[in-house]
Design a protein around this ligand. Structure first.
Ligand SMILES: Cc1cc2nc3c(=O)[nH]c(=O)nc-3n(C[C@H](O)[C@H](O)[C@H](O)COP(=O)(O)OP(=O)(O)OC[C@H]3O[C@@H](n4cnc5c(N)ncnc54)[C@H](O)[C@@H]3O)c2cc1C
Length: 398
């Protein structure tokens, strides 16, 4: 093993949606930037339900491209245990996530960023900003003015920088497990909220192609695979399993601090996932992009201090994804009993709420006072918060 030292303005660790958006912004501004990705091929393996809103791309001026879109989706449904549902007709995509990540990385390299694959960061001296990286059967050292930690739920850069404690971080992650199934017909994205099957989370059935669906579960329970099998049996889903994946999703909100001297943390590494529906691609792109913009400003000013970089956190805190209604709503949902979910289903019936008005929302709240919905009375004071969180989620959270 020999050693060499490479120097960059910015090193981005991780070439997922957060990292590639960060690198793109830095490269576009003319800075010397490299993305380090431990996997040999960007985006592989896919560990994702692959659902993304149209707004997520519009917001960052990214043109939808059939090279990374598997299906155009126009309906999302939240389905309750008794079969009632609430739907919205918001535009979205079922991605080919590997192609999507590769597209974003190419966008960054086209703008001038470098990319090293099979390059795993194994240590980080957060004072000197020197990363130790295994690459080409060697250990190389890379020094940067700014390091952006976009290394997903492992969050090693944040841990090495003292921005998170691994023990506490593990408690902020929810388990996810997913099967790709052939022979399953679904129109759009269906999300099943059933506390008995998926406590703390939900089950999704996302249209992946003609007769192909991503069927997944996120739950605080440990036996994810058994629970998903139980759901599949209950719903009589008879498809052939053609793929499996698993992973973790941050579900208890962002890190308290996402910056330090010469360091920024973005995407899942910073816990930026939407806690309501657990979507993290859009929020990773939003925070990655802001991290890249902030790094560029810092390089322009020649000031990489914690004080200067604190503006990154101020910026993402202003984004709707940081609104406190989201975490509050997730907490309320986690405390719902099976009976409350059932009653909530009865309350909404089978309704399309795409264009629900303020009056329509008020009617729902008032209906909760009917005697048969009395078990929902404790929730009534929180309904405006929940409604706010859902409207933010519709646009910014997936
Ligand atoms: C089963 C499952 C289903 C999901 N479904 C959806 C969905 O349908 N829609 C949605 O919006 N979100 C979904 N999510 C969440 C979404 O996948 C993440 O929020 C998103 O990938 C976050 O992007 P990121 O760039 O922050 O991190 P990642 O995409 O995880 O990228 C981090 C990258 O860093 C690399 N890396 C890590 N450590 C190192 C290191 N030491 N050195 C070099 N490279 C390193 C990793 O290899 C990886 O490529 C799902 C998650 C799971 C687990």
């Amino acid at each position: 093993m020999s050693e060499e030292l490479l120097e960059y303005d910015v090193v981005v660790v991780g070439a997922g949606p957060a990292g590639s958006n960060a690198a793109y912004e830095c490269a576009k501004n003319g800075y010397k930037v490299v993305m380090l990705e431990e996997d040999p091929v960007v985006g592989v393996p896919v560990q994702c339900g692959e659902g993304l809103s149209c707004f997520a791309l519009q917001h960052l001026n990214i043109k939808p491209d059939e090279g990374f879109i598997a299906v155009n989706v126009s309906r999302l449904r939240v389905i309750f245990t008794n079969g009632n549902w609430m739907s919205v007709h918001d535009g979205g995509y079922e991605l080919d996530r590997d192609k999507f990540d590769q597209f974003l990385v190419k966008r960054a390299t086209d703008a001038g960023s470098e990319l090293l694959t099979s390059a795993k960061v194994i240590d980080f001296d957060s004072k000197e900003k020197i990363l130790k990286v295994t690459y080409n059967k060697k250990i190389i050292s890379i020094k940067a003015k700014i390091v952006i930690g976009a290394d997903g739920t492992k969050s090693n850069i944040a841990a090495w920088s003292g921005l998170l404690q691994k023990e506490q971080w593990r408690d902020k992650l929810i388990r996810a497990y997913e099967l790709k199934m052939e022979g399953v017909d679904v129109n759009g994205f269906d999300m099943y909220f059933d506390v008995d099957i998926a406590p703390g989370g939900y089950v999704w059935v996302f249209q992946k192609g003609e007769n192909i669906a991503n069927v997944g579960i996120a739950t605080t329970a440990k036996d994810t695979a058994n629970r998903l099998d139980k759901f599949i049996e209950q719903k009589k889903i008879e498809g052939k399993v053609i793929g499996k994946t698993a992973g973790a999703i941050p579900y208890k909100g962002p890190l308290e601090k996402t910056y330090a001297d010469g360091i920024l943390i973005a995407g899942d590494a910073a816990g930026s996932t939407n806690p309501v529906f657990l979507g993290g691609i859009s929020t990773a792109m939003q925070t990655g992009s802001l991290a890249g913009k902030t790094a560029s400003e810092s390089l322009k000013a020649g000031d990489f201090s914690e004080g200067f970089l604190s503006r990154y956190q101020k910026k993402w805190k202003k984004l709707p994804l940081a609104d406190k209604s989201l975490l509050e709503t997730a907490k309320i949902m986690h405390e719902f009993t099976p009976e409350m979910w059932e009653k909530m289903g009865e309350l909404v019936g089978k309704s399309d709420v795409t264009n629900i008005t303020a009056l329509g929302k008020l009617r729902v709240v008032l209906k909760a006072f009917y005697p048969k919905y009395w078990s929902l009375i404790p929730v009534v004071p929180y309904m405006p918060t929940v409604m706010k969180a859902f409207s933010i989620t519709r646009k910014w959270g997936w």
